[in-house]
Ligand binder design. Structure first.
Ligand code: AMP
Length: 553
């Protein structure tokens, strides 16, 4: 027997219509590419998204067509989020930090019909244009007076397109399983792969972002969206923000510590989200200007750190600087991305701060909608004892089942998606990511977690950033090598770092050597590029390896 409830499809147009109707004057603030601050609101985003939908239809964009963006976080990019998907086309957010040849590959693979771009990317696109044969037009996201003077074929102006289109538009109603947006994984090896989200998966994911034990995004939040709109749909917050009418503050390309600080202060942001590296920039700015800053003007109370492990020292620092709670979350493009979220349980109420930081340093628990499990080499589930580690798999209605234009399913016959991460699970379901499976250090038949070691090193007051990789060892197969970027003006020694770490990690995990470097390589989404480091330090002679030392002598 069927229930007698209405069948209304879960469509993204419903989110923006709700935001316009119930939170119409809630602000959307953008720090534009030209440095100006632009103020808009949810009503205006909806009206302009409707104009955009009409403009796209006039350009010949049809349901299912892919429309790409190469753009920073601004109100125009947000309008594209709702205008493109609302008219049943697919929004393909391209990461502009990728190498030009990767951009060309994914625009061609997605067969994007139009590319909307911020003018800072005009020159890159002009160079790439001859390789982008399928693109029918390039739309500069600016006013007529700001149009870039570059040799781009079929160059159009965003504000002209909107001015010429009507805001009178009934959103089409269609199957909620229709594709809404497309993101390519950064792909450290091989070609990037397209993850294709649906209206239904995105709306369900938004409910989670708004849930109290999710990210708790609400109408009372002023959200500084540091995570880019081109990184897994900005972790779903643009949609969740529309669902609940949060104020969104969009920093454009201005992601320096100083700019982040100013937006937090001026827009009274109580909530923010971003990868660890951007927060290091904020800390650095605060440290250098401590005497002239009045930290009581910052009302930040919660922030989500994900994309890479949030070091314990960072969690502590946010508490000490602002009294802000770090929600440590784990996920990936293929999980939309929210999969596990570090909100506390009732039993953590009486925890000391130190105990709480330990809890927060893990990546949280699965929330309803995502199932996770860890598996051993024999394919059997491992105990949830916080010790056994194995391959982490996930399944659920906002987890990918396959990749765009790829033949094979991405899941096994039980519906599990292999995440490529190695993790432990404890009795409460808290997950701790030990590594990407290819980054695990295999020493004497046991595994060493590079993330744990990095975490411990990051607590040292003179360390800006740390990376740990496995280096070949004639006796132990691999041993950890610690690479350190010191804070500006600091000169930590090998001994002080190793002394600091001793007692914080198992003795046999301690790095065999420490090397100081000026910078560490990052991917386009801010993750450490360990592949490059492993190649760079492949022949590094560890002082504990007599054979290697002998070779080097
Ligand atoms: P992406 O698809 O580019 O967002 O990358 C997803 C990958 O980032 C995951 O598979 C993890 O390896 C890593 N990652 C994401 N969040 C965390 C976290 N909180 N701690 C450790 N690694 C993370």
């Amino acid at each position: 027997m069927h229930g007698l409830m209405q069948q209304r499809p879960l469509l993204l147009s419903g989110l923006i219509d709700h935001a316009a109707a119930y939170h119409g004057d809630r602000e959307i603030v953008s720090h534009m590419v030209d440095g100006s601050i632009h103020r808009s609101d949810w009503r205006s985003v909806q009206q302009r998204a409707k104009r955009l939908a009409n403009a796209l239809a006039r350009l010949g964009v049809e349901p299912g067509d892919r429309v790409a963006t190469l753009a920073w976080n601004t109100h125009r990019h947000l309008e594209l989020y709702f205008g493109v998907s609302g008219m049943q086309a697919v929004l393909h957010t391209v990461n502009p930090r990728l190498f030009p040849e990767q951009i060309a590959y994914i625009v061609n693979h997605a067969e994007d019909g139009y590319v909307f771009f911020d003018i800072s990317f005009a020159a890159t696109l002009a160079e790439l244009a001859p390789q982008l044969g399928r693109v029918k037009g390039f739309v500069a996201m600016c006013e007529r007076a700001q149009m870039p003077d570059v040799p781009l074929p079929h160059l159009l102006c965003y504000e002209d397109l909107l001015a010429q289109a009507s805001a009178d538009c009934e959103w089409p109603v269609f199957d909620e399983n229709t594709a809404s947006s497309l993101c390519y994984t950064s792909g450290t090896t091989g070609n990037p792969k397209g993850v294709l989200y649906s209206h239904r998966s995105t709306v369900l994911h938004s409910f989670l972002a708004c849930a109290a034990d999710g990210l708790a995004v609400s109408a009372r939040d002023s959200v500084l969206l540091v995570v880019p709109l081109f990184h897994v749909n900005a972790w779903g917050v643009p949609y969740a923000g529309a669902m609940c009418g949060a104020k969104l503050v969009l920093p454009g390309p201005h992601l320096s510590g100083e700019n982040i600080y100013r937006l937090l202060r001026d827009e009274r942001c109580n909530f923010s989200l971003g990868v660890p590296t951007v927060w290091l920039g904020l800390f650095d700015y605060i440290e250098r200007h401590r005497d002239s800053l009045d930290l009581s003007q910052i009302v930040l109370k919660r922030l989500v750190v994900g994309g890479s492990a949030a070091p314990r020292a960072m969690i502590q620092k946010f508490e000490e600087l602002f009294g802000a709670y770090v929600i440590h979350a784990w996920g990936m493009s293929e999980t939309s991305p929210l999969a596990t979220i570090g909100t506390p349980l009732d039993k953590h109420r009486d925890f000391s701060l130190q105990q709480r930081y330990d809890m927060q340093a893990r990546q949280g628990r699965a929330i309803y909608g995502v199932e996770i499990e860890i598996f051993g080499e024999d394919g059997q589930p491992l105990p949830h004892d916080g010790k056994a580690f194995g391959d982490l798999k996930a399944r659920g209605p906002w987890v990918a089942s396959g990749y765009y234009r790829a033949d094979a399913d991405a899941v096994d016959d039980q519906g599990w998606f292999p995440t490529g991460d190695v993790a432990t699970l404890d009795a409460d379901g808290f997950v701790q990511i030990t590594d990407r499976s290819k980054d695990v250090i295999k020493s004497g038949g046991e595994w060493i977690s590079s993330i744990d070691l990095e975490n411990a090193a990051m607590g040292h007051p003179e360390v800006q950033e740390a990376a740990v990789i496995g280096v070949a060892h004639s006796r132990w197969q691999e041993r950890p090598l610690l690479l350190i970027v010191a804070k500006i003006g600091a000169r930590p020694t090998r001994e002080s770092i190793l002394n600091f770490m001793s007692g914080k990690v198992a003795k046999w995990w301690m790095p065999d050597d420490v090397v100081f470097v000026d910078t560490l390589p990052h991917t386009a989404t801010g993750k450490l590029q360990k592949l490059i480091l492993r190649e760079q330090f492949r022949a590094h002679p560890l002082p504990t390896d007599e054979v290697a030392i002998g070779r080097g002598a």
